[in-house]
Design a protein around this ligand. Structure first.
Ligand code: NDP
Length: 293
């Protein structure tokens, strides 16, 4: 069966890979990018370079956008908004949830249907096993284009609120960045004593693996249960004990002469929770301070 046409707007590392994936799967693919030269490798593979954003919108019902932010979408499409009618615009760019909701109103005003998405894969992971995309908007709209969009990664619908896909994406990004930044802090701390990153990595790998396990160190599940139950038992390890430990981490990074910002923020958070009355509770009580600073 003939594959449906797709337009890709934005040809950074992500958009270019998406266009290439659609082309590879046999979709007639139209592309547009502010810097037209970036389209050359795709045109060589059979893509059509639209002369204007309006032409790009006219070429397909399904419009996939991958740009730096939502400002880029408005910079690119505001003057071509008359060509939005009847289009399904799938914006996979980063933005704030409210910005995405406003973009939904903008699209509706021009007769288009917006789906927002957060891509959980780097460019080289697009279309590969393990890649998935959080989507929000009208589920029926996603379902109509699920097969095509699924070529980028598993289409995971999270709800009609257009900001929700970005919230899931940002929650995952925060987890990803903070975990890896904590790893770098730990590597720098040990590095100051002459220990290489590679010497530490196996121990870090055990911690990361065990956190997601069902075993005694499976704190992702343990914390989830106590958070959802709204109780924070501190029987075996009180928050006060851990706040004192966090003080010692701050002293250690100072002695090592490395950056203290991360450890200080962590120590501060723990002590604020202790000061709020959670000293005898467990680690999960910190969420009360995060939720109500
Ligand atoms: P960038 O975030 O650098 O986006 C580059 C694209 O945005 C280019 O097409 C660029 O056009 C366009 N652009 C930026 N500003 C404007 C503007 N004002 N008007 C018109 N076009 C503009 O590259 P990526 O491809 O890496 O990322 C795209 C999106 O995907 C981002 O929102 C990012 O957060 C998200 N993402 C990225 C991942 C990654 O690993 N790279 C992973 C998951 C999500 P031009 O070529 O003319 O400069």
């Amino acid at each position: 069966m003939a594959k449906s046409p797709v337009t890709v707007i934005g040809l950074g590392p992500m958009g270019a890979t998406m266009a290439s994936t659609f082309l590879g799967n046999g979709h007639p693919t139209t592309v547009w990018n502010r810097t037209a030269a970036k389209a050359e490798p795709l045109v060589a593979k059979g893509a059509t370079l639209a002369a204007t954003p309006a032409d790009a919108l006219a070429a397909s019902e399904l419009i996939v956008i991958s740009q730096t932010d939502y400002t880029a979408m408005h910079d690119s499409l505001d003057d071509a908004a008359h060509a939005l009618k009847g289009r399904v615009v799938v914006n996979l760019s980063s933005g704030s949830p409210d910005e995405l909701r406003r973009a939904g109103e903008w699209a509706s005003r021009h007769g288009a249907d917006l789906l927002t998405g957060g891509v959980m894969a780097p460019p080289q992971g697009i279309g590969k096993p393990g890649a998935y995309v959080f989507y929000s908007g009208q589920e029926a709209t996603l379902d109509r284009h699920r097969e095509t969009l699924g070529e980028l990664g598993e289409a995971t619908f999270v709800g009609p609120d257009l900001g929700l896909s970005m919230l899931y994406y940002q929650a995952q990004l925060y987890l990803f960045w903070s975990t890896l930044t904590a790893y770098m802090q730990s590597v720098a701390l040990l590095g100051a004593a002459g220990v290489s990153a590679e010497q530490f990595r196996p121990f870090a790998a055990v911690t990361v693996r065990d956190l997601a396990s069902d075993g005694p160190m499976g704190f992702l599940k343990i914390l989830t249960e106590t958070i959802d139950a709204g109780v924070h038992p501190g029987d075996d390890h009180t928050l006060r004990m851990q706040a004192v430990g966090a003080d010692h981490v701050v002293e250690a990074v100072r002695e090592a002469g490395i950056d203290t910002a991360g450890p200080l923020a962590l120590r501060d958070l723990f002590w604020r929770a202790v000061d709020a009355g959670h000293g005898s509770d467990g680690l999960s009580s910190v969420i009360e301070v995060i939720r109500r600073p």
